[in-house]
Design a protein around this ligand. Structure first.
Ligand SMILES: N[C@@H](CCC(=O)N[C@@H](CS)C(=O)NCC(=O)O)C(=O)O
Length: 244
């Protein structure tokens, strides 16, 4: 049995839930509250995910972290439908998009989410209470970044830089989609799954400069197609649990 430790609205958790639905894999849900209860920094969770982030997948006592690695694991575990190209170059292209989804898109959307989403979610806390929570992050890199954001803020310049990097990403994605139905070739792959939750996050955060589908019409066509897949609908239908 597959056990998924995840948070209902996290982009990386949604990525894994799309993949599970594509593969038709049964899974058992373990909801980790990363907002109100901060369960992700509790000892029991850090024992399985030393970075204190979601998602984590557990299969027969094997623990797998990092959403991009989890979806590759699932693709290897269950053969059909195949979500990786057969040829080595195609595989390399998918891995490049997976890397971009994390190191370009996730990294920069986090910068833009700080003022729009994170601070609002934490507005019930005093500065000191918020700081005490961030100090509990087990991953030194994440702890340093989050504490710096809280104490120094995310400036207009930081935001403009993130927007410029994400605009370049969208230009690149649109160019890729001129000649192919999906991000890598004409078959749906892990690359499509890895990018999808971030486009939705641009929309939710009302980052209109990053969702101009008249300008990026190839992305617009791809995005509409992706949202109509049942795997996307299933992944997004997981709602915030009322308790637990
Ligand atoms: N590279 C990791 C990133 C995981 C990550 O940052 N997860 C976020 C949710 S999307 C999280 O758990 N954040 C916890 C927090 O900010 O307290 C992955 O892809 O799994």
């Amino acid at each position: 049995m597959i056990h998924l430790y995840h948070f209902w609205s996290s982009t990386c958790s949604r990525k894994v839930r799309i993949c599970l639905a594509e593969k038709g894999i049964e899974w058992s849900s373990h909801h980790v509250d990363i907002v109100e209860k901060r369960e992700n920094t509790e000892e029991w969770y850090v024992d399985i995910n030393p970075k204190g982030v979601v998602p984590t997948l557990v299969y027969n006592d094997q623990i797998i972290i990092e959403s991009n690695i989890i979806i590759e694991f699932l693709n290897d575990l269950v053969k059909k439908p195949e979500l990786m190209p057969k040829d080595p170059y195609g595989k390399a292209q998918v891995r490049l998009w997976l890397d971009r989804s994390e190191n370009t898109v996730h990294k920069n959307i986090n910068i833009l989410s700080w003022n729009r989403r994170h601070m609002e979610r934490m507005s019930h806390l005093s500065h000191q209470e918020h700081l005490n929570i961030l100090k509990k992050f087990p991953d030194p890199d994440k702890r340093f970044t989050m504490i710096k954001r809280l104490t120094k803020g995310v400036s207009e310049t930081d935001e403009q830089n993130a927007i410029s990097i994400l605009t370049n990403f969208m230009d690149e994605l649109d160019k890729t989609l001129v000649d192919s139905l999906w991000v890598v070739g004409d078959d749906f792959t892990l690359a499509d799954i890895a990018i999808a939750p971030f486009i939705e996050r641009f929309e939710v955060n009302k980052l209109n400069m990053l969702t101009d589908f008249q300008k990026w019409s190839n992305i617009g066509r791809w995005w509409a197609e992706l949202q109509s897949r049942s795997s996307y609908k299933v992944a997004y239908s997981f709602e915030k649990p009322t308790s637990g």
